[in-house]
Design a protein around this ligand. Structure first.
Ligand code: HEM
Length: 428
């Protein structure tokens, strides 16, 4: 192993590896045990990398405040995703996902979301049995592709083929099923490359048929490629759409899945959502924030590029380039204060967590803090809220599952469910 980057003073080193480097069956248990043994600041040396984990309130404030030029989220994310995605998908991109969400209002994507939800609901009938996470995954494809791939893609004769290809490409497998990445590497990402070619071709055909702007997010992507020759332009736009879409599928459908699970499990809250007015006006928003909090399995990573000083409240660590700063949300989101292990949408006041009172903001994370806060938060909250309103307006959902557990090997994004969460749809 090459020399590992210096951290001075050196915190305790936990007896643990990360799941892309060795067997870890339950990531929350493994990193939780490391924290119990070593305290709120510790090091994990795993594979060729050295990770400085931070969990104290001051440590987390330092983590979220580090500028991108000093410790990069972009590079850390890329290192994770490139274990699954073909390298060429990252080359030459002209649209960064956060640039799509700079518009101050939601009108640019609302119609696309409504159409995607309508199509999905039209497939359902009373008596159907569905897995909530299958349902939200399919809907996540529809809502996302309609938003940045153009609404016309929903009517493509090859839409099912596109969804199947994107499910093979699925960058989130890098953190949902990290132990599978060695197999992906051994195959030379052959399945992923074939899936990317299929997705590219279907999207390019659909994009080529658009001859004038319609005022949506795809138009913004098309503008960036306006000067490129035709073939290069179509591939470029298709790849920009694919990368945004892969990013969106990290969290959105899973957070929506937990939102539905929790409402099925809490009929009292659901009854309030269905009749909510005035004081409860933003209840559905608070429900999605609460379910996102509980579902979070994100490991937050920053690759150190320049020497940085990180204060954790007890010590200031000088961290050398090459190290990775890290924190792991389930360990703070669920037990930083009394009652956080329970589902309670009323702990939110608007977008702020107010119960338990006085908790430093960084101890609970839904959409992030500081410079890297999720730019798609308004889009995602709107999308999830509209699905909840329209699905529960159309049907009653009767649970066929007793319990819903997160998948234990996952380390990143919002949790996928360990087992199917089946419900039967009933007429209202
Ligand atoms: C429920 C859905 C979502 C959740 C819970 C979520 C959560 C987050 C979190 C926690 C971060 C900060 C990560 C960090 O600091 O390391 C983040 C950043 C980001 N998210 Fe989301 N996200 C969601 C949906 C989306 C969607 C739909 C997209 C795009 C289509 C998206 C694109 C991004 C981007 C580009 C960043 C990085 C921003 C930057 O570095 O400046 N997210 N998200």
């Amino acid at each position: 192993m090459a020399d590992l980057p210096l951290i001075t003073p050196m915190p305790m080193v936990a007896d643990c590896v990360l799941p892309w480097d060795g067997p870890v069956s339950d990531t929350v248990a493994a990193i939780g045990a490391a924290r119990s043994a070593c305290g709120d600041t510790f090091v994990i040396d795993s594979g060729d990398d050295r990770y400085l984990f931070l969990f104290s309130p001051v440590g987390l404030q330092s983590f979220y405040a580090v500028p991108e030029q000093h410790a990069s989220k972009g590079i850390a994310d890329w290192k994770m995703l490139v274990r699954k995605l073909p390298d060429e998908l990252f080359d030459g991109r002209r649209t960064l996902p956060h640039e799509l969400f700079t518009r101050p209002n939601v009108s640019g994507y609302l119609d696309a979301l409504e159409e995607a939800i309508s199509l999905q609901l039209a497939e359902l009938s009373p008596g159907d049995e569905i897995d909530l996470f299958d349902f939200t995954r399919r809907l996540g494809h529809r809502m996302g592709l309609a938003s940045w791939g153009g609404r016309e893609i929903l009517r493509s004769a090859r839409f099912e083929e596109l969804v199947a290809a994107l499910d093979v490409l699925d960058g989130s497998e890098a953190f949902v099923a990290p132990t599978r990445m060695q197999e992906v590497a051994q195959s030379g990402k052959a399945a992923e490359r074939a899936a990317m070619a299929t997705a590219e071709q279907i999207l390019a055909d659909s994009i080529a048929a658009r001859h004038s702007p319609v005022g949506d997010l795809l138009d913004m992507i098309l503008e960036r490629w306006a000067d490129a020759p035709d073939a290069e332009r179509l591939t470029g736009v298709a790849r920009d759409v694919i990368l945004v879409h892969i990013g969106s599928m990290s969290n959105l459908f899973a957070a929506l899945g937990w939102s539905l699970v929790h409402l099925v499990q809490h009929p009292d809250v659901l009854a309030r959502v269905r009749t909510s007015q005035d004081a409860d006006q933003d209840l559905v928003t608070r429900c999605v924030l609460e379910s996102t909090r509980i579902g979070q399995r994100s490991i937050m990573l920053r690759t150190v590029l320049e020497p940085v000083s990180i204060d954790d409240g007890a010590h200031t660590y000088e961290v050398s380039p090459g190290a990775t700063l890290a924190t792991f949300l389930p360990l703070t989101n669920m037990d930083s204060g009394p009652g956080l292990d329970r589902y309670d949408p009323d702990r939110w006041q608007g977008p702020r967590l107010v119960s338990p009172p006085g908790l430093p903001a960084e101890l609970v994370t839904t959409f992030g803090h500081g410079p890297h806060t999720c730019p798609a938060r308004p889009f995602s909250v709107t999308a999830m809220s509209r699905v909840i309103e329209r699905l529960f307006d159309a049907f009653d959902l009767e649970a066929l599952f007793d319990d819903a557990r997160p998948r234990p090997g996952q380390i990143g994004g919002v949790a996928r469910a360990a087992e199917p969460c089946m419900v039967v749809l009933r007429d209202r």
